[in-house]
Each structure stands twice: as structure tokens, then as C-alpha cells.
Design a protein around this ligand. Structure first.
Ligand code: FES
Length: 211
């Protein structure tokens, strides 16, 4: 038996409203998916920039990797004497590609009194500024601390994962904790007022478990 006319109209209205809602939901879902796809594509494009995961090369400039100046080229004046370290990425000045495609490329830059540096460290430094890998050689955590060392009163680079400490005046050799070897070091130069990479990394990068 057919429902009365008024009820039929109500059912049609309800169905039509529910169809509308379904359509709206579908359109919204498609729009969201499209938006996400765009964001993911943009992120992938960033990651896939040729050279972004290549190791620092001679002539690369250095840019802030975090903070309000992220992406800005670092000059010696940006580094206070005695630290704290500035976190940086190398950047190819020809292609403008920042080499942030590999976390093993993140660097710590510190300006120290040149008379405190040992001979090898001074040879790699410029105006007392030294550069090291920011990745701990123990298990690959980021090295984030700059605090008085456990064995003395001088500030050292510290990895808080398992408390390894590295002395940047002495080639970032391990002075405390379980890290098996020093941080990889990078020689620097100054060209046209900007800090530049002078040579590839010296030493093995990353943690002993592959970090
Ligand atoms: S990862 Fe740095 S001390 Fe273990």
C-alpha cells in the first residue's frame, strides 16, 4: 500500500536531504584528500630536491636549521664567543638547495677562543669557529646540550640520550659517556663574509647502530 501523499513528500524530502548530506560529505572528503595529497606532494618534492641528501661540499654556505632565522645564511657575527652552538644545514649556493634531506647533514657551529683549540681543530676552524656533526656517535640521537662537562668546568657538547660528552676544542673527542668515537668534523672558511664549507666531513657519521 502506498503511503499517504503528505508522508510520501516527507520521505522524498528526507531522502533528498540525506542524499545532499552524503554528497556534501563526499565532496568534503574528496577536498580533504586532495588537500592532503597536495601537502604530501609538496613535502615529497622538498625531500626529493636533487642534492638535498648529499653530504656537505666545499663551497656550501651554512644556514640556520631552526628558530626565527631558519634558512638564513650564517655569518661569523651570528655566533657568540663561547657558544652556545648554532644548529645549521649546509646549502648549495648554486642551486639554493638546503641539504636537509638527511639528518646526518645537520651541523653544530660554535665560536671558541682560538687559543683553546688543539692543532688539528684550529686547522679546520676559522676565527675560532668550529663545525661538527650534530648526530651522536653512540645511538644517533641529536646532540643538543652545551653545559659544563662532568670531568671539568668547561662547557662541552652533550647528548642527553645516554649522557655522552664531546669536547669541541679537541676535535669533539669523547670526554664522558658511552659514545665510541668523536663527532665528525667539518673544515670551514669565510668567503665574502659568509661561513662556508672548506672540505668534506672528517670522521664517520652517525650512531654505531646506524643512527
Ligand atoms: S645516543 Fe648519544 S649518548 Fe647514546
Amino acid at each position: 500500500m502506498m503511503p499517504p501523499k503528505s508522508m510520501q513528500a516527507e520521505i522524498e524530502t528526507t531522502m533528498s536531504a540525506s542524499d545532499q548530506t552524503r554528497r556534501t560529505l563526499l565532496v568534503n572528503a574528496l577536498a580533504t584528500a586532495a588537500g592532503l595529497a597536495t601537502v604530501e606532494a609538496a613535502a615529497a618534492a622538498d625531500d626529493e630536491q636533487p642534492g638535498s641528501d648529499e653530504r656537505p661540499m666545499k663551497g656550501d654556505v651554512l644556514v640556520f636549521s631552526e628558530g626565527e632565522h631558519e634558512g638564513k645564511v650564517i655569518t661569523p657575527q651570528d655566533l657568540p664567543l663561547g657558544g652556545p652552538p648554532v644548529h645549521a644545514w649546509p646549502k648549495d649556493p648554486k642551486t639554493a638547495v638546503i641539504r636537509s634531506g638527511s639528518r646526518l647533514n645537520e651541523l653544530l657551529l660554535i665560536r671558541l677562543d682560538p687559543t683553546e683549540l688543539d692543532d688539528d681543530t684550529r686547522a679546520r676552524a676559522v676565527e675560532g669557529i668550529v663545525a661538527y656533526s650534530a648526530i651522536c656517535t653512540h645511538a644517533g640521537c641529536p646532540v643538543t646540550g652545551w653545559i659544563p662537562g662532568s670531568a671539568g668546568d668547561k662547557d662541552v657538547l652533550k647528548c642527553f640520550c645516554h649522557n655522552s660528552e664531546f669536547d669541541p676544542r679537541d676535535g669533539a673527542q669523547v670526554v664522558f659517556g658511552p659514545a665510541p668515537r668523536r663527532l665528525a668534523a667539518l673544515a670551514l672558511s669565510i668567503v665574502d663574509g659568509a661561513l662556508k664549507v672548506a672540505a668534506p666531513f672528517v670522521g664517520k657519521l652517525g650512531g654505531q647502530q646506524g643512527g
